[in-house]
Every structure is written in C-alpha cells, then in structure tokens.
Design a protein around this ligand. Structure first.
Ligand code: NAD
Length: 666
C-alpha cells in the first residue's frame, strides 16, 4: 500500500493539470497505522514509509492536503504529518501510540509532531500514546481545518487556498528552541521513564539540535534498538496474543452462532453484581435474579455507586449512568430468565445449589438460550449434565472485580458445541473482555497454575524467606502484586478451604503449613485487617513481626535450617512453577496454545505485560535453561513438586519453544 500510494502521488505530481493533491481514505478510517506483524518481521517496512513521507509527500512540488476521518494512528498519523496541510472531520482522532508497544514513532513522527504542536505537547502525546480529538488537534496546530459537512469537498475547496499558499514542508517549520521545552522537565524525571519513553525524549532532543536528516537517523537507530528489545517483544506478544485467543482452533466463525442481546445473571453476590455492572456498561439488557431482597438492594446500591464514581471521574455523563442503570431489571423469580439469550449463573459454589439453578434454567430458559456458570472449581461436565442441552452449556469464569478485570476463561465442556463457543467468544469481545478457551479441569488454566506458584511461595517461607521479601522480589520482577498480598486481598480463607480439600484429594502433594497457621489465627487478609500483613486502614499492608516469628518458628519446629534465599531464586521458583504446570496444561489440551496461557496471566493475574506472559518468558529464557533450573529445584527439600512436564523436556531437547506448539492454528 505504501508503494502504491507513492506511485499514485508521483503520477499526480507529474500531471501538469494537477495543482494540488488531496489524500483521503475510503475505508472506516484514514489509517490505523503500519501492520505490526510486518514491523515485527520485516525491518524494511519503515524504510518504505520513510521514503513515502520524506522523499515523496513532504518533498512534493505541489501542495498535498491530507483529508482525515476516523482514526489516524501511528504510521497513519506520521504519513498525515508529512503532508503540507491537514483537514479532518469532527470525529477524527489522532495518536502516536507506539510507546504502548515499547516502540517509538519511527517514520519521522518524533521529528514532525514537535514542529506542528510544539515540544511540550508532542512529548505528552508520544510519551503517553493516548489519542486526541479533532478540536484539540486544531487548537494545537496539528490540523489546519475541521470540516463541517463534507470532508472531501471541503478539503478540495481548501486545496485551492493551498495552491496560493504553496507547499509547506513540515520539516522546514521552525522548532523554536526557546519555546517552553518539556524535554528538560522530562529529563529531570528520567529514572522513571521506560526505554521507549527515554528514546522518544532523545529523538526530540535531536530534533532541537540537529539538522533534519541527522535527527531522522537518530530516530531510525533508536527505533531499531527498541524493535529488538525484550520489552517491545513482550508487549507485542501480548498485543497479538489478545487477538489470537479469539480465534478458536479448528472452528471457523460462522453466522449460525446465535448473537447475544439480553442476559440473565443469577445470584447478586460479589460476582453477579460485578458481572451485571460489566454488562450494562457494555449496553446489554440484564435481568438480575436473586431471591434475597436485602442482597438485591445491596447489589443495586453497589452498582449505583460504581456508576456515580464513573460520573465523578468524568468517564461518563450522568445521563449515560442513568441509561445504564435502566438496562438492569432485578427480579426474584427464575421465570424472568425466559427472554434471555444467555444466562450466567453466579450462585454459591455448591454443586447442589447449582443443580437446582440449572434445573430452573431447563424449565424457564428459551430453547435457544446458552446456559453458563461462573464456577471456579466445579466440574462443568457435571453441571452440563443437569440440563438436557449440554451442547449449549459453557463456563464463563469471570475474575473479580468482574466489571474491571479483562479476563474471562471460557470453559469448553465435553459436549459444548462449536456454535456455543463462538457465541460466547463473540459475547466476551462485545463486552470488552478477553475470552480465552480452557478445557475442563480443576482450576482451569489460571488457578491450576497459580496453585503451583503459591505452593512455591509458601515453601520459600519455610526454607528461609519472609513474606515481604517474596512479595518484593516478584513485584520487582513486574507482578502487579506479590503472592502474599494477593491472597490477603482475595481472602486467606478461600485458599484455606481449597487446601483442606486438596489434603483429601491429593495427600501426596502437600503444602507448607504456614498459611494454615496464619488462618488459624483468624487472619484472613484485608477483610479481617490482618493476614500475612496488618491492614490498619483495611487496605494498605504493614509489616507484622508476629508473622516473621510464626514463619521462623515453623521452620525451626519442623527442623529446617533456614538459609538466605536470593531474590533471583524466589522469582525462578515461582515463575517456573507456573511454566511447568502450563506445559502440562498444553499437553493435556486444556490450553490449546502457549499464547492462550500468556494472555490468561497478563490479563487476569497481573503478570507483567512487557514480559509477554509466563510461557513467552520461558521461551526467551531458553527452555534448556529452564529445564536445568527445574532439575536443580528437584534436588531441593520439596523436590517432589518439580517433576518436569514431558512437553518441556521434549521441547528443550529439540531446541524448540512453547511458541511453536500448535502455532499453525494461530
Ligand atoms: P457470593 O456468596 O457473593 O454470591 C452468591 C449469591 O448467590 C448470593 O447472593 C446468594 O443469595 C445467591 N444465590 C444463592 N442461591 C441462589 C438461587 N437459587 N438463585 C439466585 N441466587 C442465588 O459468591 P460469589 O463470590 O459471587 O461467587 C459466585 C460464583 O462465582 C461461585 O461459583 C464462585 O466460585 C464463582 N467465582 C467467584 C470468584 C470470587 O472472586 N469470589 C471469582 C470467580 C468465580
């Protein structure tokens, strides 16, 4: 397309009848930018874009006017900025979002934007990567004219004015050094900048002191460094991953999959309330079924206060908040689910209660309705067997708080039909969530892996670490929250009950006793203002020496000589526990691709996005190295937990990575 644009513009320039050129787009938007897949694989993509912008458009002998509607993002905006003038429609949006993928605008964006909008605002746009609207773009000088009626007509009318004015190459606009420069302010705070952000600042510095071609060379060199950086590779893996997971291996999207317009949520507890909020926020009609009037009232109060907060923060208007609330119909009786296309059950985690609710669904739901459960631990195939339509049953495992967390594990039962899967996958996309398919197993993808992560975190305490050290090590690795703070937030009692169950189901896979000892003190985390930490304000953790004593006392009690544990070991033990279990999930077919696991962890478990996800991280680390580490851990005091996954061994031996497993399905 870049070449074709170059040819078309050159042809128009060579035509003596042409006085000025208007470039517009017939598509949904002006341009959403370069194809990232192309940028990942071919380094000459940007060279072509540099050629188009600098050698063809900006150097043209006749005025070139860009007519912009919809989005002009990344390379699309860089192309637009190389034009001599810009006209846009009122709905246009502009951004250089490269920083979000650990990159910089590499086709002259760092050089042209400051010349059009000034250094300060250019830095704000490029360091944050967020879009601006047409009014702001006009006020800041990015746009010459906002069209009122017909973009192309008005751009053509404006072109005749431009013929009088002549060409205006952006590179020749004066970048006044003395203007209030944001670069110094930004530099002062340089320590907190990411690599991509500080590279952007360096490019703008170059724009201030170097001739244009030299500064462009700086931009190119820094772009190439970023393109190959681990951070950008990880961010791009996450970005593509979110798209990949929507493609269900072996199933083509098709029209027969029923669309979902109305939803019934059963149970107005923590999850039901969060799910209902997410749905009305996405513009869906929701019936919330809950027998207890008191709980319904509490749920509505919670939803109202969430909406109020959104209004207060300027995210939505009060009219929109009222319209959203009007989408919700609370009811007591199950008969009101009759109209729903999808029913989401979020009642107590108890198979008998679920059985009753699914029998109700069988009775009241329309025959085409899809029935789903938010269960975290129960067997989906058992639940599906309570109905006469197991093909139309799937798990929808939302994460708490469900109106905020992006991840939904879509659980595919033995009999779940392809159409059902497609419908719920499309539904998760429509409500702005990231759906990942998981097979049926205890804990699905996310929690089954997390259990091994926690097991290691607890053993580390026994062997010599303290909770605050484990949390700090994993947080500096990039986890949003360390394991002890996470469990304090989730409620230590939840883990306790799971461990009690596990002690019966899997007596050969014990945990450290330490978290049980903490629970025995009635310390369930934030909700009791004490867990592994103290929470005097109910929210912020404070170190508690009582826990240090408890941990050290336990090690002594069971005869373990505590040793100094390095932060690196903490990270490797916890993260490779995720990786090893992830490998097992892959070979069992619970997760179809490694990237599915990565997306679960980045979007549901606070795994650092710039590291791509646990499986991607392991691939970059090298599976041979991971295998060697696991062999070392096997020799440790709880080595039994480190039986290496056969897939990991196989891939390491073949010199392959997880990314190659089922990669053709992507
Ligand atoms: P909760 O106890 O807060 O809410 C359950 C609600 O269901 C209660 O309000 C109860 O009155 C209602 N209920 C019970 N029987 C009902 C019936 N027959 N009809 C209608 N409503 C009925 O529980 P929760 O934390 O919201 O969990 C609900 C489900 O979500 C469970 O299956 C749980 O495993 C799962 N889940 C929970 C979390 C979490 O973080 N809490 C996360 C993911 C999934």
């Amino acid at each position: 397309m870049v070449d074709a644009l170059g040819d078309a513009i050159s042809k128009a320039l060579a035509d003596s009848r042409v006085k000025a050129i208007v470039v517009g787009s017939a598509g949904r938007c002006f341009s959403a930018g370069a194809d990232l897949g192309d940028i990942s694989n071919r380094h000459d993509t940007l060279d072509r874009l540099r050629w188009l912008t600098t050698d063809i458009v900006e150097s043209a002998s006749k005025p070139i006017i860009m007519a912009i509607h919809g989005l002009a993002l990344g390379g699309g905006l860089e192309f637009a900025m190389s034009g001599h003038y810009r006209v846009c429609s009122p709905n246009a949006e502009f951004a250089l979002p490269e920083v979000k993928l650990g990159l910089l605008p590499g086709a002259g964006g760092t050089q042209r934007l400051p010349r059009l909008v000034g250094v300060n605002f250019a830095l704000e746009m490029m360091l944050g990567g967020n879009p601006i609207n047409a009014d702001i773009a006009k006020a800041k000088g990015l746009i010459d004219l906002v069209a009122e009626h017909d973009l192309v007509e008005e751009a053509i009318a404006f072109a005749s004015v431009c013929v009088e004015r002549g060409v205006r190459p952006t590179r020749e606009l004066r970048l006044i050094e003395g203007q209030p420069s944001g670069t110094d302010g930004v530099k002062a705070d340089n320590a907190s900048l990411t690599q991509a952000q500080s590279s952007i600042v360096r490019c703008v510095d170059a724009a201030l002191v170097m001739p244009f071609p030299e500064a462009m060379a700086v931009e190119k060199t820094l772009f190439e460094q970023l393109r190959m950086s681990e951070t950008s590779l990880g961010l791009r893996h996450s970005f593509f991953g979110r798209r990949t997971v929507g493609r269900i291996p072996g199933i083509q999207n098709r029209k027969s999959a029923p669309a979902i317009h109305s939803v019934a949520v059963i149970g107005a507890g923590l999850m039901g309330t969060g799910i209902a909020t997410a749905l009305i926020n996405a513009g869906l009609k929701v019936t919330l079924i809950e027998p207890s009037a008191e709980i319904v009232e509490r749920a509505i109060g919670k939803i109202q206060s969430t909406l109020k907060r959104d209004v207060k923060k300027g995210r939505i208007s009060s009219e929109i908040a009222s319209a959203r609330l009007a989408m919700l119909t609370p009811t007591k009786g199950p008969a009101s689910m009759a109209d729903a296309d999808l029913i989401i059950e979020a009642v107590f985690e108890d198979l008998d209660v679920k059985r009753r609710v699914f029998s109700d669904m069988e009775k009241y739901a329309k025959p085409s309705a899809i029935l789903s459960t938010n269960t975290s631990t129960l067997d989906l195939d058992r639940i599906a067997s309570f109905t006469r339509r197991p093909d139309r049953v799937a798990g929808l495992h939302f994460f708490s708080p469900a109106n905020i967390m992006k991840l939904v594990e879509i659980v595919r039962g033995r009999e779940t039909s392809d159409d059902t899967l497609i419908s719920v996958m499309n539904f998760t996309k429509a409500i702005g969530k990231v759906g990942v398919i998981s097979g049926v197993c205890d804990g699905f993808i996310g929690n089954r892996m997390f259990e091994e992560y926690l097991r290691q975190a607890y053993f580390l305490l026994e062997e010599g670490a303290l909770p605050q050290q484990v949390d700090a090590a994993l947080e500096s690795f990039g986890m949003a929250m360390g394991p002890f703070r996470t469990m304090d937030l989730a409620g230590q009692d939840i883990g306790w009950s799971i461990r009690k169950r596990r002690a019966i189901e899997q007596p050969d896979r014990p945990y450290s006793k330490i978290p049980d000892l903490v629970c025995e003190l009635g310390r369930f985390g934030q909700k009791t203002r004490a867990g592994f930490y103290l929470y005097p304000d109910g929210r912020n953790p404070q170190h508690d020496p009582v826990i240090d004593e408890l941990v050290i006392g336990h090690s002594n009690g069971i005869g373990i000589a505590r040793r100094k544990i390095e932060d690196a070991e903490i990270v490797e033990r916890c993260i490779f526990a995720l990786v090893n279990e992830g490998a097992k999930l892959l070979s069992e077919g619970i997760a179809h691709r490694a990237v599915d696991i990565d997306v679960v962890y980045v979007n549901g478990y606070g795994f650092p996005e710039e590291r791509g996800g646990p499986m991607f991280y392991a691939d970059r680390y090298g599976l041979k190295q991971v295998q060697r580490k696991i062999a070392e851990f096997q020799k440790g005091p709880n080595g039994w937990a480190w039986a290496p996954a056969s897939l990991l061994v196989e891939l390491a031996t073949e010199g392959r990575g997880f990314g190659t497993v089922n990669a053709t399905d992507e």
